[in-house]
Design a protein around this ligand. Structure first.
Ligand SMILES: CC/C=C\C/C=C\C/C=C\C/C=C\C/C=C\CCCC(=O)SCCNC(=O)CCNC(=O)[C@H](O)C(C)(C)COP(=O)(O)OP(=O)(O)OC[C@H]1O[C@@H](n2cnc3c(N)ncnc32)[C@H](O)[C@@H]1OP(=O)(O)O
Ligand SMILES: Cc1cc2nc3c(=O)[nH]c(=O)nc-3n(C[C@H](O)[C@H](O)[C@H](O)COP(=O)(O)OP(=O)(O)OC[C@H]3O[C@@H](n4cnc5c(N)ncnc54)[C@H](O)[C@@H]3O)c2cc1C
Length: 572
């Protein structure tokens, strides 16, 4: 993944060729079509973009305006951008790098629209890289981060492509224009489900990078006096520094393990789908959407916590943290904006809750929804026991899902249309879905540390990290657990004091835990996070290389400052 994110140099980028364009061929092309394009893509004999989002639509795929109209007389599709807002906008590599694109367009045949489908379109000449006839291309301009990637725009003026360029593994258009339905209209979205799943690992890697930088730097940096007259301590000795960094470190491990589960689930469910069993698709979509939304949001916030924990040097690009934050922030929007994705998970949860109310036994990641007792059983719980912590998170999620679903039912009983009831409960629904994903991450973390094949001393450290992650979640969301009395104030106090103990417990292993991510300096690209800890010498060397230091007196002095100073002095 890191290699794929490596751009080929400023101004061009083939990240999306690897993580979106090529997988779309793998997942949506027929065997015949794979023979034609897959090896070319894998050997980078062609470079592709995944062109779905438009200037006017990103989230609402069914609202995309680009059209692909079938012409049976020539057996071609005519790709067209009918409006300004239909201009493809954002796809990575589309501006200057790619010579092909999978274009998501509304399919029209025999005068009827069949919704969004993927089409292979050559956009630049393989001879001179000029745009193909009818294709207008360009870069969308500077962004918050990742300016090495040429996120671009594309317009199509009645560009003709052969019928065979429609990716036809699922849906098909016959030579005479007959449309053949796919097993599910959502299979055209399969690449998005796959990519969302990979974002969980991207988030884990990003948070692992940020915590590696911040923990290592917090062992190098000495500041202030903990006791008068004593030497300045490592800033990692301050409990507040541990409280900032260790929950992020624990989250990095939690998300890393969650991405293992996501990858395994994606493989097994898509394997079943290859055999025609679509039953797992809804769960896969809900899990990938929720995990993508949750892990990328926590990661972006967590990276900024790490940046702030490194003081002024954290704000310098020398730390690598601003770039990491910018990249992680992109993950919150790309591949399905986080709010919309979490609402997709909420939609699945409401559906499952209704099924459970109707007596159906739930399975998979929602099984707990039917198993959790509504009546709280207050009492002195053992807040250091992982089983107790997992049960608390599942009770919280089940209660919040039930509450949101019942609120919605209540709104509809008052006469509101389902869609209006949904919208007026959508904040509750989002919080319930977040609680659901949080409970999954905790359960998966606990199950992984209890079963992963490691030395018992390592298991002990991972168990402490899992307790720390869970206790941090309970104390940060205490109200959710107290609301129905499932946890008492005494339980929350116990959780807080146990969390403090876990901070101290993890401290001796903190550097080993970040070293275990095995992120090379070349990947970290951070002076603060250097493996050898030689921060200050390299910070000075880094600064000296700043372009502003090429001359002792910068040309701006002669152009602006000197005349300005002169005129001010003349007035004295
Ligand atoms: C180490 C790394 C560190 C930092 C990062 C470093 C660098 C990174 C920097 C820059 C790079 C950043 C990003 C680059 C990487 C990737 C680029 C991203 C590429 C893209 O963004 S591609 C475009 C992505 N676009 C989207 O995701 C669009 C989102 N919208 C949708 O998916 C859909 O419109 C929708 C799901 C929101 C709604 O679809 P719909 O309207 O058709 O469906 P409904 O809501 O009406 O639901 C109906 C029904 O269908 C079910 N459903 C919906 N979707 C799916 C699906 N995909 N699979 C299965 N089922 C689906 C839904 O559940 C409903 O079912 P029900 O039974 O009726 O309830
Ligand atoms: C770095 C980067 C790389 C990208 N790469 C690609 C790429 O390679 N290919 C590609 O096709 N696209 C790409 N995109 C585009 C990306 O997929 C879209 O930006 C994303 O899908 C969001 O759509 P949008 O930008 O239109 O925002 P909108 O959908 O307009 O959302 C704007 C706001 O409206 C809210 N909103 C929208 N719908 C709802 C709803 N139903 N309920 C509640 N709130 C809602 C959202 O929560 C959001 O806050 C990239 C984007 C970025 C930032």
């Amino acid at each position: 993944m890191a290699a794929a994110l490596q751009t080929l140099g400023g101004g061009i980028g083939i990240t999306l060729h690897w993580i979106a364009f090529t997988p779309t061929i793998e997942q949506q092309a027929t065997e015949e079509q794979k023979k034609k394009w897959l090896k070319l893509a894998q050997d980078v004999a062609i470079v592709g973009a995944y062109a779905q989002t438009e200037m006017g639509h990103g989230t609402f795929v069914r609202g995309l305006e680009t059209t692909a109209t079938y012409d049976p007389s020539t057996q071609e599709f005519v790709i067209n951008s009918p409006t300004l807002t239909s201009t493809k906008w954002w796809p990575g590599g589309l501006g200057k790098t790619a010579n092909h694109a999978t274009v998501m367009a509304q399919l029209y045949t025999r005068g009827k629209c069949y919704g969004p489908h993927n089409f292979m379109v050559q956009i630049r000449s393989l001879e001179n890289h000029q745009p193909c006839p009818g294709v207008t291309l360009g870069d969308i301009g500077p962004k918050m981060e990742s300016n090495g990637n040429d996120n671009g725009f594309a317009r199509f003026d009645h560009v003709r492509i052969p019928r065979e360029n429609m990716l036809m593994k699922f849906a098909r258009v016959e030579a005479d224009g007959t449309y053949v339905q796919p097993p599910s209209s959502k299979l055209a979205y399969s690449n998005m489900v796959y990519l969302r799943g990979t974002f969980v690992m991207s988030a884990a890697q990003a948070l692992a990078s940020a915590t590696t930088i911040a923990v290592r730097y917090s062992c190098v940096r000495r500041q202030s006096e903990m006791k008068p007259g004593e030497p300045e301590p490592q800033i990692l000795e301050y409990q507040t520094q541990q409280y900032k960094l260790f929950p992020q470190l624990a989250a990095a491990y939690a998300f890393w393990f969650a991405s293992w589960f996501m990858t395994q689930q994606h493989g097994s469910i898509t394997g079943s789908m290859e055999k025609g069993d679509m039953s797992g698709l809804a769960e896969l979509h809900a899990l990938s959407a929720g995990l993508k939304s949750y892990t990328t949001a926590v990661t972006a916030r967590g990276i900024d916590v790490c940046r702030m924990a490194c003081g002024g040097h954290g704000y310098s690009h020398a730390s690598g943290l601003p770039a990491l934050f910018g990249g992680a922030a992109a993950l919150c929007t790309a591949e399905g904006e986080n709010t919309v994705m979490m609402l997709q998970t909420a939609r699945y949860l409401v559906k499952c809750f209704a099924q459970s109310q109707a007596g159906k036994r739930l399975t998979g990641t929602v099984a707990y929804l039917s198993a959790v007792q509504p009546s709280p059983v207050a009492g002195n719980r053992n807040m250091s026991d992982l089983g107790t912590l997992v049960a608390a998170f599942q009770h919280r999620a089940a209660r919040m899902v039930r509450h949101a679903a019942m609120q919605m039912q209540g709104e509809m009983q008052k006469g509101k249309a389902r869609e209006d009831a949904w919208n007026s409960c959508s904040v509750l629904l989002i919080k319930a879905a977040e609680a659901h994903v949080h409970s999954f991450v905790v359960r998966n973390f606990a199950e992984t540390v209890q079963t992963v094949e490691v030395d018992e001393s390592v298991r002990a450290v991972l168990t402490s990290l899992c307790q720390l992650y869970s206790l941090y979640g309970i104390t940060e969301h205490a109200g959710d657990f107290l609301k129905d009395g499932y946890l008492t104030g005494r339980d929350i106090d116990a959780a807080s004091s146990h969390l403090s103990a876990m901070l101290a417990r993890v401290r001796p292993d903190a550097v080993a835990l970040v070293d275990a991510f095995d992120l090379h300096d070349k990947i970290l690209r951070s002076v603060l996070g250097r493996y050898d800890g030689r921060v200050y010498e390299h910070l000075y060397e880094w600064a000296k290389k700043s372009p502003l230091n090429k001359s002792e007196v910068h040309e701006s002095y002669y152009k602006y400052l000197q005349p300005f100073l002169k005129s001010n002095r003349a007035k004295l």
